[in-house]
Design a protein around this ligand. Structure first.
Ligand code: NAI
Length: 342
C-alpha cells in the first residue's frame, strides 16, 4: 500500500464539531484557466477537498459564473474569481499550489507539439506572475506540450531567481490513470488495486508505461505488452478523435489533476507516504527532465524513485532508449523559446 495514491473526494464536509477539536488543514489553491474544459471539472473536484480553505479561480474570460456556481457547494473552501491579467497577482498571493490548465487543446490530426506556439506564450506569462507573487508554491503544469512547457516554466523561474526544481511538476497523472484502467480491464483485476508506473514524458512514444512493474504482480504476453503500451500512448488521441473537434480529454484529466492536487496537499500537510509519477527535473537519465515516480513531501519532491528503472524488460529498455531523442528535442525547444525572448 505504500506506493498507492488515493484520491477520494469527500462529498460532504467533515462534521463541524469535530473540526473545532481537530483543526482542518487550510491550504489555498489557484487554478489558472479555470473556466476551460479541464478547469471547470477540476475546480469542482478540488472544491470537495477538506484540505482546502480557499480556491482561487483565474481565467481570461467567463470565470465569474463558474465561481458563483461552485461557491454554492457546501464544502469548506471559499471560492474567489479573478479575471484578466490585472487580477492575476491578487489571485496568486498566498497560495500553496498553482495548477495551470490554461491554453488551447488538440483537435483531430494535431500532435501536442502543434500547440507549442500558442501555449508556450501562455505558460510563460502565467509562470512569470507565479514567480512574482507565489514563488514558494507548488506549480502543476497541465498545458501541453508538457514536455516543453515544464522546461519553459523552469527557465522563467530561473530568470526570476526563484526556481526550486522540487516544486515544479508536469502533470502526467492521466497517463497513470489510463494505464491502471486499461491494465485492470485487460487482466480482470480490481481497479483500485492496480498501479502502473509511467515514465519518460507526456507525448506519444515518450509516454512509457512500465508494465513489468505493475502492482499487483501480473504477467503479460509480448502481444499484450505491445497492445497496452500503444493504447496508453495514444489514449489522448482516442479522446481527441471521439470528440471530433470539440477538444481533448477534460473529465478524465480533471480527475487525474485533482488526484495530483490532493496528493500534493497531503504531502504539504505532513503525510510521509505520498508517491506520484510526475515530469520533473531529474538525474535518473541524461535528460534534464524526466517523468518517474517521486516521493512528495512538504518541500516538494523529496526523492526521485530510481528503483523502478532497474531490471526493465528488453521491450521497456528499447522503448526507453527510443524515446530519449524526441524528449530531448522537446525539452530543448522549451528552453530555447525562453532564452530567445530574454
Ligand atoms: P479549453 O480551451 O477548454 O480551456 C482552456 C482555458 O484556458 C480557457 O478557459 C481559456 O480561456 C483559458 N486561457 C487561455 N489563455 C489563457 C491565459 N493567458 N490565462 C488564463 N487562462 C487562459 O482547453 P482544455 O481542454 O481545458 O485544455 C487545456 C490544456 O490542457 C491544453 O493545452 C491541453 O492540451 C492540456 N491537456 C493536458 C493533459 C495532460 O495530461 N497534461 C491532458 C489533456 C489536456
Amino acid at each position: 500500500t505504500a506506493l498507492k495514491a488515493s484520491f477520494a473526494p469527500k462529498l460532504q464536509p467533515r462534521n463541524m464539531s469535530t473540526n473545532q477539536l481537530q483543526p482542518q488543514a487550510s491550504f489555498k489553491v489557484a487554478v489558472l484557466g479555470a473556466a476551460g474544459g479541464i478547469g471547470q471539472p477540476l475546480s469542482l473536484l478540488i472544491k470537495m477537498s477538506p484540505l482546502i480553505s480557499a480556491l482561487h479561480l483565474y481565467d481570461i474570460a467567463d470565470v465569474k459564473g463558474v465561481a458563483a456556481d461552485l461557491s454554492h457547494c457546501n464544502t469548506p473552501s471559499h471560492v474567489l474569481d479573478f479575471t484578466g491579467q490585472d487580477q492575476l497577482a491578487n489571485c496568486l498571493k498566498g497560495v500553496d499550489v498553482v495548477v495551470i490548465p490554461a491554453g488551447v487543446p488538440r483537435k483531430p490530426g494535431m500532435t501536442r507539439d502543434d500547440l507549442f506556439n500558442v501555449n508556450a506564450n501562455i505558460v510563460k506569462t502565467l509562470v512569470e506572475a507565479v514567480a512574482d507573487n507565489a514563488p514558494d508554491a507548488f506549480i502543476h503544469i497541465i498545458s501541453n506540450p508538457v514536455n516543453s512547457t515544464v522546461p519553459i516554466a523552469a527557465e522563467v523561474l530561473k530568470q526570476k531567481g526563484v526556481y526550486d526544481p522540487k516544486k515544479l511538476f508536469g502533470v502526467t497523472t492521466l497517463d497513470v490513470v489510463r494505464a491502471n484502467t486499461f491494465v485492470a480491464q485487460k487482466k480482470n483485476l480490481k481497479l483500485i488495486d492496480v498501479d502502473v508506473p509511467v515514465i519518460g514524458g507526456h507525448a506519444g512514444i515518450t509516454i512509457l508505461p512500465l508494465l513489468s512493474k505493475t502492482r499487483p504482480l501480473v504477467t503479460f504476453t509480448d502481444e499484450e505488452v505491445k497492445e497496452l503500451t500503444v493504447r496508453i500512448q495514444n489514449a489522448g488521441t482516442e479522446v481527441v478523435e471521439a470528440k471530433a473537434g470539440a477538444g481533448s480529454a477534460t473529465l478524465s484529466m480533471a480527475y487525474a489533476a485533482a488526484r495530483f492536487v490532493e496528493s500534493s496537499l497531503r504531502a504539504l500537510d505532513g503525510d510521509g507516504d505520498v508517491y506520484e509519477c510526475s515530469f520533473v527535473q531529474s538525474e535518473l537519465t541524461e535528460l534534464p527532465f524526466f517523468a518517474s515516480r517521486v516521493k512528495l513531501g512538504k518541500k516538494g519532491v523529496e526523492a526521485v524513485i530510481s528503483s523502478e528503472l532497474q531490471g526493465l524488460t528488453e521491450y521497456e529498455s528499447k522503448a526507453l532508449e527510443a524515446l530519449k531523442a524526441e524528449l530531448k528535442a522537446s525539452i530543448e525547444k522549451g528552453v530555447t523559446f525562453v532564452k530567445k525572448k530574454a
